[in-house]
Ligand binder design. Sequence first.
Ligand code: FMN
Length: 404
Amino acid sequence: MSVQGKNILLVITGGIAAYKSLELIRLIRKSGGHVTAVMTKASKQFVTPLSVAALTENKIYDDLFNLTDEAEMGHISLSRENDLILVMPATANILAKMAHGIADDLATTLLLATDSRVMVAPAMNVRMWEHKATQHNVDILKQRKVIFVGPEEGDMACGEYGYGRLAEPMDILTALNQFFAPQDQILRGKHVLITAGPTHEPIDPVRFLGNISSGKQGYALATAARDAGANVTLITGPSTEPVPQNVKLLKVQTAEQMLSAVLNNLPADIAIFAAAVADWKVADYSEQKIKKHADDDDIKTIQFVENPDILKTISKLVSNRPQLVVGFAAETTDVLKNAQAKIKRKECDIMVVNDVSPKTGIMGGDHNSVRIINLNSEEIIDYKTASKDKIAQQLIAYIGGFNK
Ligand SMILES: Cc1cc2nc3c(=O)[nH]c(=O)nc-3n(C[C@H](O)[C@H](O)[C@H](O)COP(=O)(O)O)c2cc1C
């Protein structure tokens, strides 16, 4: 399921983010892939051919009318002898030329001559990206099945903010790995809905009731499910985790918002509820910031009411219930006993149980160790302490087994 052994023809164009192609070359090579680079004239203003040649351990190609290249290889064979052409970064200029069949240098000529699949990672100023001309070109290219990775939203080199930032090299590597993934991915074509992170229940305009969940485990599950071929909807409470590429992300704050986002995104084949949803919300939200002392000098007493139980609600749905509902039980005492009672009460199919007592460092940390229990069997499976990414891959492999 990777770029290992694949030949990538990397077209580097003239954007400020061209230097990031060096990092991507390093990542592809570390994963066992081979890179041949083609550089536009403009790209050489941003990154030196020597650096690219050194990192690819290949000569670079930059001239359509180079007699030696044409005699040895030729732009036609260069355009064919690869497993994928990746344009990274892709300027507004090259997207326009690709969309309209312009072939006025080596890069654009081989992109027109190729029969390989093409992936592009655009990077440009937000106004250039949002310009109707660029958006029209993007639509044309998407219709032709050109694969887009990014751009992302964020700060730009020019000091502006918005869409146009190059996707991170690591995310582009992920997209390459996905592209080369074998056809027998265990969740291929399945819609997997995942919740992650804490919820924040407002007390007044500046305060909330929350918990220390980071969202890491839920985000790692979204990545693992995506890599297993699923169409993933990730519904997340407040989290600073990087958003996985090619996942539908919905941001919410409260438990009630999370439940309605879940209901609005059904049907799903599989639902995994990894979010640490607040059990309660405040009974009387204050429109104004609550003063330190109430009128009679007493400290304000806050009343709580129960939040909706998302796991139980979805598990008990009569119509539209996902085929497989997976819950998480975060406990600090009698972990297994409490989880066994919980799975019966909530009627989910699988419960992922973890001990979140402070000594474990699991809540908010990078590692996890879990046990899996089933509603319909006595079997208990243990996954020993590992990174949340590794645990996610193990869980998705287990969940995928139910789909065979
Ligand atoms: C300092 C500087 C930074 C640039 N950054 C970008 C960029 O990030 N994205 C983009 O589309 N064009 C950018 N341009 C404009 C391109 O370099 C220009 O359109 C060029 O013709 C692109 O050629 P190419 O697509 O053949 O590489 C930049 C230009 C300059 C002078």
